[in-house]
Write a protein that binds this ligand. Structure first.
Ligand SMILES: [Zn+2]
Length: 325
C-alpha cells in the first residue's frame, strides 16, 4: 500500500512514521510542544491515539493527522502515564474520545497533577525564573550537544508556558488495572500494565498480531531514561515481561521507532546507573563527580543524568537507613 503519511500536510511538532498498515508513530521534533512521542492506530471502525503531547497546538496537529490518516474522528485516547508530555493535550480529544489510563495514573492526575497545574496557574513565576536561569546557562555552555539540548528544553517549556492559561487539565474517563482489550473491526489492541517502573504506574499498548508495543517512557531510544519518579527494580522487571510477550517493534516514549535492542539498552542503563552510584557510595566518593558512561554520551536528555544519579543515590540512602543493624 502507499505510504499514507505522505497525505498529511505536516506539523512542526512531529514527523509521522508509517510503522505498519494503519499504525503510525508521531515522532517528536525536539524543541517543540510535542516533547514526547505519540501514536495513531486505525482499528477499522474507530481510531485510537496513544499519548497527547505537551501542548494544545501539538495535540491539535496530532488529531488532524489521525483524522487525515484514518478518515475517522478519534474514539479512544490512551495515556501511558501521567507525565505532562503524554497527557497535557487530552482536552483536544475530549469529550468525543474516551480517555483511558490505569486507575493509579488517573488518581495521580486527579490529585498531584491537578494541584500542580493550579499552582502553576496561580504563580507561574518559578517556571519563568527557571527558564531565564537556563537561558543564562545556555549562553555559558561550551559543549555544543548539551547547549542544543538545553535550547530544546527551554523552547518546549516556552511553548508550554504559552498555552498554560488555556490548559484545561482533562482526566481519563475510563480506567483499568492489569489488562484491557479494545476490539476494533480490523484490529485488536491490548492495554497492559505491569505496575510502575518509570512512574508509579506505567501502561503500554500491545498489538499482538503485529508484535508492536507502544511503550510510553518505559523504553526510550537513544535518550537517557527519566528516573525522577522511578523504581529501578520494578522497571527492570517490567522490561523483562514486555520482552517476554515477543515484541519485535517498539514505538518508544522518546526517540525513533526501535526494537528489542533499545529495550536492552534501557535495561543496561538502569543497571549501570545503579552500579555506578552503589560503587560511589561504597568508596565514599561524591556522586557529583560521576560522569555519563561512555556508552551513553551520544544519547539525548543528558540533563537528566544528574537527577537520575541523585534519585538512585537517595533510594540507596533510604533503604540503608531503614535496614536494621
Ligand atoms: Zn515520562
Amino acid at each position: 500500500m502507499t505510504n499514507q503519511t505522505e497525505t498529511f500536510s505536516g506539523s512542526k511538532h512531529f514527523r509521522l512514521n508509517h510503522v505498519a498498515n494503519g499504525v503510525f508513530a508521531a515522532i517528536s521534533v525536539p524543541g517543540t510542544g510535542s516533547l514526547g512521542n505519540a501514536a495513531i492506530i486505525d482499528l477499522g471502525d474507530s481510531t485510537l491515539v496513544v499519548d497527547t503531547f505537551l501542548t494544545i497546538e501539538a495535540a491539535e496537529d496530532l488529531q488532524a493527522a489521525a483524522i487525515e490518516l484514518t478518515g475517522k474522528p478519534v474514539s479512544y485516547v490512551i495515556n501511558t502515564h501521567w507525565h505532562s508530555d503524554h497527557t497535557s493535550g487530552n482536552q483536544v480529544f475530549a469529550p468525543e474520545a474516551q480517555i483511558i489510563s490505569t486507575s493509579v495514573t488517573r488518581e495521580i492526575m486527579a490529585t498531584f497533577g491537578t494541584e500542580r497545574l493550579a499552582r502553576q496557574l496561580a504563580n507561574p513565576e518559578p517556571i519563568v525564573k527557571a527558564m531565564d536561569e537556563l537561558d543564562e546557562k545556555i549562553q555559558q555552555e561550551t559543549d555544543d550537544k548539551l547547549k542544543k539540548e538545553m535550547q530544546w528544553e527551554n523552547a518546549s517549556d516556552r511553548e508550554y508556558m504559552n498555552i498554560l492559561p488555556k490548559l484545561e487539565y482533562t482526566l481519563p474517563t475510563i480506567t483499568f488495572d492489569g489488562q484491557m482489550t479494545i476490539h476494533g473491526s480490523d484490529r485488536t489492541v491490548q492495554l497492559i500494565t505491569y505496575g510502575g517502573g518509570h512512574t508509579q504506574s506505567d501502561a503500554f499498548v500491545y498489538l499482538p498480531e503485529e508484535k508492536i508495543a507502544i511503550t510510553g517512557d518505559l523504553v526510550l531510544s537513544k535518550h537517557h531514561p527519566v528516573m525522577m519518579y522511578a523504581n529501578p527494580d520494578a522497571w527492570l522487571d517490567i522490561l523483562e515481561r514486555v520482552e517476554g510477550l515477543g515484541v519485535e517493534t517498539i514505538i518508544p516514549g522518546h526517540g525513533e521507532v526501535c526494537g528489542v535492542k533499545e529495550l536492552h539498552e534501557v535495561r543496561s542503563y538502569i543497571n549501570d546507573i545503579v552500579a555506578l552510584v552503589t560503587e560511589a557510595v561504597q568508596n565514599k566518593k561524591s556522586i557529583d563527580e560521576l560522569a555519563v558512561p561512555e556508552a551513553y554520551v551520544d544519547w539525548y536528555f543528558t540533563t537528566y543524568f544528574k537527577p537520575n544519579v541523585k534519585k538512585v543515590y537517595d533510594s540507596i540512602a533510604e533503604s540503608a537507613a531503614s535496614t536494621p543493624l
